[in-house]
Design a protein around this ligand. Sequence first.
Ligand code: ADP
Length: 381
Amino acid sequence: MTDFYHSNFKVGILGGGQLGRMFIQEAVNLDLNVHILDSDTNAPCKAIANHFELGDIKDFDTVYQFGKEMDVVTIEIEHVNVDALEQLEQEGVRVFPQPKLIRMVQDKGLQKTFYKENGIPTSDFHLLKSKADLADYRDFFPCVQKLRKGGYDGKGVQVLKDPDQLDQAFDAPNLIEAFVDFEKELSVIVSRNEAGEIVSYPIVELEFNPEANLVEFLFSPADVSKEIEQKAAAIAQSLIQKMELVGILAVEMFLTKDGEILVNEIAPRPHNSGHQSIEGNITSQYEQHMRSILNLPLGDTAVIKPSVMVNLLGEKGAEGDVNYQGLREVLGWSGVYPHIYGKKTVKSFRKMGHVTIINDSLEEAKKVALKVKETIKVLGQ
Ligand code: ADP
């Protein structure tokens, strides 16, 4: 069992972006020392970590040397050097989520294979070595082609309408998935501690920006029946149980037009689909992540008030030092909580912050969210 409460107990995080930053905000409440490793001198965690180390999270020696000094090592992004984490684990450092699970999540082909082998519902798929293999699956179109490794935020994912679109197909190890004509995209965040306790969050609904392929709005709780909610929660709980993961797991799902739930992908860390939990739920996903990796009792996840989360993305074409317009105005409205991540420079559609709006009525929260979206502009100078 992890005895975290001595004054020099150190939690190391690989990655110093906004997820790490919001983790630190919770860790302060338990007076934990948080050490961050990131190669960006302007990383969002830099100014608020107890210790910030500049270095590459994909480099074996850098990760190993950083992790050796820690009591617990965790991640805020899964593209990290897993060999170093495995070495640390063998030497007795606690690494959560477990390195072998990070390795699985890094590869969308291994993820899908795990779902299939463990009876987790997911769309049909085939693993391909290169684009030449597409010719063998002429009956499988239209389909969604995904790079097995390295993709994020919709990069490395494309719809292929017919097998003759070979010129635009990815030519690297990839998978093709049956195209799902979904009704909604949903997410359930679930967590598990070393003692095996499992707790999931009420389901949320995601709406994507079609151009940027990023979450634009999140609604909590999702507008789905009790039956769908229970089915989705059972799938997320069964998945974390089968993985035996220690930490937090975001499970992104599709609700099909005939009421089926299919798992799309997972992230073994705090996730964009849980930001609203900071103000909207009794325990935030960041606190829950901390509780799970320290083997503390997991917190109550109940919704305090319905909420809507709006991602603040850089305006299309914005560049240079960031300039937020409209913040002053929205700060005058009740139940509106902006989170500015502290990134110095803006780019088109870069995630620069988010705003959570809580209200007794989800409908009302949606109206305010639309006003927030119209009022705040993330521009360059
Ligand atoms: P990323 O890891 O980059 O977020 P995803 O695998 O989640 O990539 O895919 C990005 C988006 O593409 C999803 O949120 C969904 O809107 C769409 N998508 C992914 N897989 C399918 C599918 N099989 N059928 C239809 N749409 C899909």
